[in-house]
Structure formats: C-alpha cells, structure tokens
Design a binder for this molecule. Structure first.
Ligand code: F6P
Length: 767
C-alpha cells in the first residue's frame, strides 16, 4: 500500500508540475507580448507627437532648440531618453544620460532611413533591455533626420520573472496539499477498508463469520466481497462435508451426504443425465424498480430437490413464472443456477395467461389438489381446465424431449400432480428413457379419486412411467386400488407393480426429506440460540416467556385456523399461559388468485385478530401472524428460538416443515406437535401426535410440549433428529434413482421419433 501511495503521489507531483509549467509558460508569453506591444504603442504615440516640433527645429538648424525639446520630453515613465540624428546618422541632440548608453548608432536608425518609415527593435544597452523606436524626419518629402525614442524594456523581463516565481510557489502549495489529501483518501478509502475487508475475509476463511454478512463500509469492495463470501461458503461447506465424512467413516455409519449422492449418481447415470421436471421453478427472477431480485419460492418440492440437482449438475425444467425470468435466460431459455454459485441448469418453459389459469390454477389446484387432500374443499372439474392441463403437459413434454435429444438413456424425475400425463408422453417418444414420477401429495382411496371425470386418462398417463413414487405405503396402496378399479391392467400385489400395454410400472414409497447437513453447518448459526428468542421477541415488539412457531403456505390443507383455535383453547383452559405464551405463524400467501385461498388468507388474519383482541394485554399477545415470503435463514431463526413447532395439517403428503424444524434444532431442544394426518407422522413417532380437528387434544399437546421434563424433551428430539439425519433428502434421491436405474428399458432410442403424440388414450376397463 505504501508503494501505491508513493507512486500515486509522484505521479500527481509530476503531472501537476508539468501542467502548471505549461500554463505559466503560456501566460508569460502572452504577458510579454502584451507589454511589448504596449511599449511599442507608447513609443509610436510619443514619436508622432514630437516629430512636428523636431522637424521645425531642424529647419531652423538650432541645436539648442533641439536639445531643449529632447530634454523636455526625456523624463516620462520607462523612457530612457530621446535622440535626434541627421540623415547621415550624426547625433544632433540627446537626453542627458542616454548618450553614454547609445555608444553605437541603433540598427533601427538605418532601417528608418532606408525604408523611410518608422522602425522599432528590442536591443540590449549594456546589461539592460531597451526598446529603440526610430522615426524619419522630413522636409518637403526629403529625409532631414531621424528621431530615436529609447524606452527601458527591462521591466518586461522583471514581470515575466515575477510570473514564474508565483508559478513555483503555487506548484509547491498545490503539491503539498494534493499529496496530503491523496494520503488521507488512500488511508480512509483504501487502506482502512481493505484492511478491514482482509480481516473479514480471514474470519470467513476460518469459518468465524457468516458468508452472507457483508464487510462494513466497503461499498466499492462489495462485488468482490460477495464473490469471496460465496467462495468461503463453498469452502466451509466442503470443509464441513469432509469433516462429516471423516466422522461418519470413524463411526462406521453410512449416512447419505451430497458428496455420496454425487458419486452414487455418477455411477448410476454414467454418460446419461438427470432431468427434473416440475411446475414450480427453484429460482424466480423479479424486478423491484431497477433492481433484479431472485427469490426461492416457499415450496417443499424445491426444498427437497435443490440439493439433489446441486449434487449432480443436472437440468431442471420448470415454468418460468417470474416477471423478470425472460430477462435472465439465454437464447435457448437456459439459466445457470444458483445465481451466486451455478451448479446446474434451469430450463424455463413459458405459459400464457390462459394456460396458467386452466392448467395450474384450474385443473391442478382447484381439481386435483382438493381431490387428493381430504380437507373438505370440493374439487372443481372444468372441461376447459382439463384441455389446458393436457396442452401444458404436451408443451413440457416437447421441452424435455428437446433438452434430452442428445442424451442416451436419460433419467427423468417428473414431479407432482401437475404432470400426470407427462410420463406417457415422454415414454412414447423415448422408450429408452427411464422415467419416474413422484407424487408429492396424498393419493386418496378409489372412491374419492373416482369422482374425477378424467381419472382413467390421468392413470394411463402416470402408468407411462417406469416408477411411481409416493411418500408412504398407504398412498401406494390407494393408487393400486384406484388403478385396479378404473383401468384394464395386471396388478402384482407382491411386487407392487402394474402391467399395462406390455409396460411395467413399479409403485413404491420414498419418504421425502430435507438436507439435514445443511441445517447443521456452522454458517447457518450466526447467533447463539439462547440470544435468539429475546432478540426475535424484541423485533416483534412482544413480551413473552414461551414461543411457539408455525411455518406454512397459507393453504386450507395446513390447518392454520385449527391451530389458532387450539391456542385459544389453551389460553381458555390454562390461564397461566396468558401473558406468557406467544405463537408466531409465518404464512406465505399462496395461489391467492383462487377465491378459496384468497378468502382463507382473510380468514386467517381475522381469526388471529379476534383471538388477540380477546386476550391481548400490555405488550403481550397470543398470536403474531407474519404474512409474507420469508427466507430459509429468517425461518431458521424462529425454528431455533421456539419452544415448540406446530404442524397441524388436515392432510399432507409428507410435510417438510416438521423435518426442517428438527434439522434446525442442533441444541436438541424444542418439541414438535404434529398432525397424525401427515406423511411425516409415520416416521416421527416421538412427535406429539394430534388430530388437528380435535382442538382440546392439540391444546393439551401444546401444554405438554411446554411442560415436558427437559430430559424427555431432549430424548425425543435426539431420536427424531437421528431419524431425519439418516433418512435425509440424499437418501430419498439416492434410493429413488437407484430403483429407477434398475428398470430395464429398451436397448436404444427408436430410429425415428414415434408418431405425433396423439392426445390421451381413454380405453375403459370392464368395470
Ligand atoms: O405438496 C405439493 C407441492 O408441490 C409442494 O411441493 C409445495 O410445497 C407446494 O405444493 C407448492 O405449491 P405451489 O407450487 O402451487 O406454490
């Protein structure tokens, strides 16, 4: 840094000096020529005014008159003197004092006589500079003599020297001031921030600072800091993974990690590639004024699949739903994600408003969603929605087929109820592809599913897959029973598979999970847990002793209203918890374009308000409803600070909030109150299982969670954490893909693509 300061200062000094000298030189030249011109003009004026008198005196030939004239005019400013010569150059009269200086005849005299016009020169009279102006004197057009006017010109040189002296003084002051200012700027704006940034980077490298924290007051270093933070985060994660691997090796455990999944996928996929298809994309770009923002949506599916894609550099095909999504893709609709640290490719598929309305809001979320969730909201089946659903499935099939055209034996994981028709559409064109579909929501019993007018088409589309995954065994059983009732097919209840049109489809449970290691990594715990609760309550402006938390999309299947009512029941029955227990509900508005969801959001707000109004006192209130999209980081703060987490879904395929909460509690504290109607309840037997419709039971579970002996709380938490740790999302993906890769598919892709995908087959069973 010293070398840079010295170089900067030397360059500034040289620069300033050169510029000042150039300007001063120019200034001096201008000044000199002005003074000279002024002197010449003065000599001319004096010459013209004297010429008449001198000519007359010459006529009379009186030397005394001449002498008197020259003496009279000889004492003007800067005038050294006047002399009169005859036409031969003999001096006739001269101002006293000038005689000794004018030892020789001035050159200008000859010029005036020869040219017969005034002439002027700057000459040296001894050491002094002078200006000699000569004017021919006439009688009847004949030159009878020459008048010489001599001015002192040495003051012009003195003036130039004065300007140069001033220049040097100015340069000196400027150089001093600029060097001082440069040094201060370097110190304040460069050396200081860089020093602090270096300290911050060192802390990052050692894992002492959270990677997302920016270095203080270093605006110009922010882009660099951002890169370094991402780099350090990857480094910490790698370090953490390596330590974890070593620990596991040491303990002889065979836990699934991102690294293990990556190796597993490489071995299974070989030259092939993994393609994931879902409606919801993992990164949504949107415009906030002039800035481009990236948002990770509140979706269990995204939470689960993101680490899988990161581990294997696959491709994720999804609906581009952000208002700035088109700005961020390349010419073939690809964008590398995560934006900060690209690991895989996201291919966006565009839908117009009608398609989105009919396929997503209509058929998927007003039809299939309430059909599969037993939550007492009536499904709506509109023909136009069904047509859009088919159209969008075909659109996605085309996109996937295009993306995998150069991949032999591609592996495709289709996600969820948005794409029931996709497996068959892909398989028809690419029999060499291995296709699985994972159904993230429950599958109801055959009677419930049977009310769907297009159940056969949906089942036929699904049975194009080689493997269909559900979260739990009972959903697999429900599915096979539905197929049995609705389609002509052979069901193997031993292997849990369906044979239809000479194609076998396996149906198996794969309980989805979370990335447990990520929640445990040091970067995710910036504040000590005991500090977190008072900090959060202070931020919320609430005084409380106990804290409960719930995190959901605002969806009628999540039982949010039932949860609030259970809190109310607790406060009614156990007044001891008034002033002491606060429940924070983080609720991400979801699908609000659908009236049922829009109304629900209002109902949730109104219910929270009603209960608060009833019990609220001073700075305490029973319910805080935080409406909005919260980042994983913010949610984790609540998970870690809470005494309990409430998951009261009326029906849920799995529910990853329950597992995220457990993964976040590395302090082994906190209790989980969990609806028995979630898939997670099958695995998490140490949760306090409740029927969410039974408000008193939930209220009792909350009380028990708060009053449970600490040893029991810890023991339950330890066991549940072990379950989630062992059955993490890497195991889920590893098992699913391993099973899929076991499937025997056609040796090679067909020479020519199959004929046009011709709508959906509707062959009905004997039943
Ligand atoms: O449970 C099914 C699911 O796809 C989840 O993965 C996710 O939480 C939710 O639905 C997403 O809803 P949406 O994409 O409609 O916001």
């Amino acid at each position: 840094m010293r070398l840079i300061s010295a170089r900067l200062i030397v360059s500034l000094i040289v620069g300033i000096t050169l510029v000042s000298l150039a300007f001063s030189f120019y200034e001096v030249q201008i000044e000199k020529s002005n003074l000279r011109r002024d002197l010449e003009r003065r000599a001319e004026v004096l010459g013209e005014s004297l010429a008449g008198n001198v000519e007359r005196s010459l006529e009379k030939s009186t030397t005394r008159d001449l002498q008197r004239i020259v003496e009279r005019f000889g004492n003007r400013e800067h005038l050294l003197g006047i002399a009169v010569y005859d036409q031969q150059g003999a001096r006739l009269a001269v101002t006293p004092g000038l005689g000794q200086r004018l030892v020789s005849t001035p050159l200008a005299l000859d010029q005036a006589v020869i040219g017969n016009h005034p002439a002027g020169n700057f000459v040296y009279l001894g050491p002094e500079s002078a200006h000699v102006y000569t004017l021919p004197l006439h009688r009847d057009d004949q030159i009878i003599g020459v008048l010489a006017i001599v001015h002192d010109a040495s003051y012009i040189g003195a003036q130039s020297r004065h300007v140069w002296r001033q220049t040097f003084q100015r340069v000196l002051v400027q150089v001093f001031l600029i060097s001082l200012i440069t040094l201060l700027i370097v110190r304040w704006s460069l050396t200081g921030p860089i020093g602090r940034a270096a300290q911050w980077m060192r802390a990052l490298r050692m894992g002492g600072v959270s990677g997302r924290q920016s270095p203080p007051d270093c605006d110009f270093l922010r882009p660099l800091a951002h890169e370094v933070a991402t780099f350090a985060q990857s480094l910490n994660q790698a370090r953490f993974a390596a330590e974890n691997e070593a620990r596991l090796r040491d303990a002889g455990e065979s836990l699934w990690t991102a690294e293990r999944l990556a190796v597993h996928l490489q071995a299974r996929l070989g030259d092939s590639r993994l393609f994931v298809v879902s409606n919801r994309e993992p990164y949504i770009h949107s415009r906030q004024g002039k800035t481009l923002e990236v948002m990770v949506p509140a979706s269990g599916l995204v939470t689960a699949l993101e680490p899988v894609l990161r581990a294997c550099d696959g491709m994720w095909v999804a609906h581009g739903s952000g208002d700035a999504d088109r700005e961020t893709v390349d010419s073939i609709d690809h964008v590398a994600v995560p934006p900060d640290d690209p690991r895989y490719t996201l291919r966006r598929v565009w839908l117009d408003k009608d398609e989105e309305e009919g396929y997503y809001y209509g058929f998927a979320n007003e039809g299939l969603w309430p059909l599969c969730h037993i939550a007492h909201t009536r499904p709506l089946f509109r023909t136009s929605d069904w047509e859009h659903y088919q159209q969008v499935n075909r659109k996605f099939a085309d996109a996937v087929l295009e993306e995998m055209k150069d991949t032999e034996r591609p592996v495709i994981l289709v996600q969820d109820y948005h794409f029931a028709l996709l497996p068959r559409l892909i398989k028809e064109k690419r029999p060499d592809a291995r296709v699985a579909i994972f159904w993230h929501i429950p599958w109801p019993n055959p009677e419930a599913f049977g009310i769907c007018p297009w159940q056969r088409e949906l089942l036929d589309g699904l049975l194009g897959a080689d493997l269909i995954g559900f979260h739990v065994q009972s959903h697999c059983t429900n599915f096979l029973q539905t197929v049995d009732r609705a389609l002509e097919s052979r069901i193997d209840w031993e292997r849990f598979s369906v044979q239809r049109r000479d194609h076998d489809t396996m149906v198996q449970p794969f309980p989805i999970s979370v990335d447990f290691t990520d929640a445990e990594s040091p970067a995710s715990t910036p504040v000590c847990d005991s500090m977190e609760r008072p900090l959060l309550l202070k931020e919320l402006g609430v005084d409380a002793v106990f804290l409960g938390v719930g995190v959901d999309r605002v969806d009628y299947t999540k039982g949010i209203l039932e949860r609030f009512l259970a809190v109310e029941r607790l406060l009614e029955k156990y007044p001891l918890y008034r002033d002491r227990f606060t429940f924070v509900q983080i609720g991400a508005p979801s699908r609000t374009h659908i009236k049922r969801y829009h109304d629900l959001l209002n109902d949730v707000e109104a219910e929270a308000e009603r209960i608060n109004w009833r019990f609220q006192r001073n700075k305490w209130k029973p319910i805080v409803f935080l409406k909005g999209q919260y980042s994983h980081r913010e949610i984790h703060r609540y998970y870690r600070a809470a005494d309990l987490c409430l998951v009261t879904s009326l029906h849920d395929g799995m529910n990853l909030v329950a597992k995220e909460f457990l993964a976040a509690r590395h302090d082994e504290q906190g209790a989980l109150v969990l609806s028995r109607f979630t898939g997670a309840a099958r695995e998490l037997r140490d949760a306090l299982l409740v029927n969410p419709y039974d408000l008193s039971q939930t209220a009792e579970a909350i009380r028990f969670a708060l009053e449970m002996p600490p040893e029991e709380r810890r023991a339950r938490m330890q066991r549940m954490r072990r379950t989630v740790r062992e059955n993490n999302v890497y195991r889920w993906a590893g098992n699913l893909i391993a099973e899929l890769c076991e499937v025997r598919v056609e040796a090679a892709r067909p020479a020519a693509a199959a004929a046009h995908i011709s709508g959906i087959q509707t062959n009905s069973p004997a039943a």
